[in-house]
Structures are given as C-alpha cells and as structure tokens.
Design a protein around this ligand. Sequence first.
Ligand code: PEP
Length: 260
Amino acid sequence: MNRRYRHTIIAGNWKMNKTAKETKEFAEEMKKLWTVRPKWCDTVICVPACNISTATKAFKELRIAVGAENVYFEPNGAFTGEIAADMLSDLNVKYVIVGHSERRQYFGETDQTVNKKVHAVLNAGMSPIICVGESLEEREKGITDELIALQVKSALSGVSAEQVRRCVIAYEPVWAIGTGRTATAEQAGEVCKNIRSTIRTLYGARVSRSITIQYGGSMNEKNAKELLAQPDIDGGLIGGAALVPEKFLAIINAANQDQE
Ligand code: PEP
C-alpha cells in the first residue's frame, strides 16, 4: 500500500451468496464486531443485484459502500435479464465488478465486452473494479505479464485520463480464486507493479501513481497483512472470506494498520 498517493480499498465479492435476510444478519453482526472505524481504508461489498437495496440500507450505518457484481453495457432495450448501468447508479451503487474471471469463464465475457462495460459504468458516474488475471496454464507458459498488459489495455481502450482515476484494477490470478491457493506476496506484488507500469505507459506517471490496484484470490485474515504490505497492492477483492464478518473485518483491520 502507498497511502500517500492512493486509496486503499477492501472490497467483498459475495458472488451468488446470501439472501436479503442473510444480508441483514451480516450487517448486524458487523455492527457488533466493528468497534474501531477504519481511518485508512474504504470498504465495499458487491452483492447480488436483487439484494442491492437491502444492502444499501443495512450497510449505511457501517459506511460500507454497496457494489454490483455485473452490468450490461447497453443503456436499455430488449435484453431480458440484464441490468443497465443507470439502473445501478439509481440504486446508489458506487462500484461495479467488471470482467471477473467467473464471468469470462462461464458467461462468455471477452476483453471487448469488458471494455464496453467499463465505459457504461464510467458514463453512469460509478467506478468499475476491472478484474484481470492469468490461468495456471498461462502462468506456466511464462506469458503472465504480456497477457495482463493486454487485458488492461483492452479494458481501458478509449478511457480518458480523467476517467481512469475512477477505475480500480483487481489482479486476480484465476488459479487462486476460490481455490485456497494464494499467489505469494512477491508474485502478486510483481504483477501489480507491472499493471502500474502499463498504466504509466498509457496515462503517465502521475495517473499511474494514483490508481488503486487490488489483489484478489483467496485473500484471507491470515495472508492479508503480507499481501497488503507490497507497495503496489492497494487493497483486496475478497470472495469467500468476505462472507464471514470476523474474517472480512480482520482483512479490513490489516489494511487499516498504521504505515511507517
Ligand atoms: C473473487 O471472487 O474475486 C475472489 C477473489 O474469491 P476468493 O477470495 O474466494 O478466492
């Protein structure tokens, strides 16, 4: 983390978990446990679309921003089952996950649709959390850096320097998501450093210094401190551990520690 230049953001991704009732119970539990407000980090939880309104009310006192897990890029029309960016911002959504590997893998999301979604989110005044990451096969082939650079460049195609300041990039190695297998702090830190250097090439040093880059992939209460100690890791995108108040809070506390 480098708090001098950028925000630390801890974001949960609940995926297809928790009913409205369970969302309220989570908030109540957090209220009991959360005694010290985080001074140094912003917190977000991205919830299933049907629970956005419930979460917005339940998390208000906790000052946890509510995020969405997906969006469609068209503004309206005959797209049964999809949700437009304006519909999300209307519900006070602040962040939208775009290009999560599960969406790329199971729902045919491509670098092109990711780019369109990034524009839709930005145009609606929200912040995209843009997920990039390599598969195990790609890592073993030694093409991680070029692949991630390509994903970042495609996602940001046509995005202005002004707009990119609102973007968050999440480095999520596919082999580490939901597997319990975390990238080492050095591996994660190295890729996040390379992402920053790609941003520098595209937008210059000042912009690249200010962009929040998260790590995601089995981040938990045990490994968060070490991962967040890497200078180019400015937070986390957290799946499994964000479903459990004690674990999510422990990660927030790791991000909120004083920095020398
Ligand atoms: C994720 O879904 O973005 C994620 C990182 O999941 P997990 O923490 O469970 O690996």
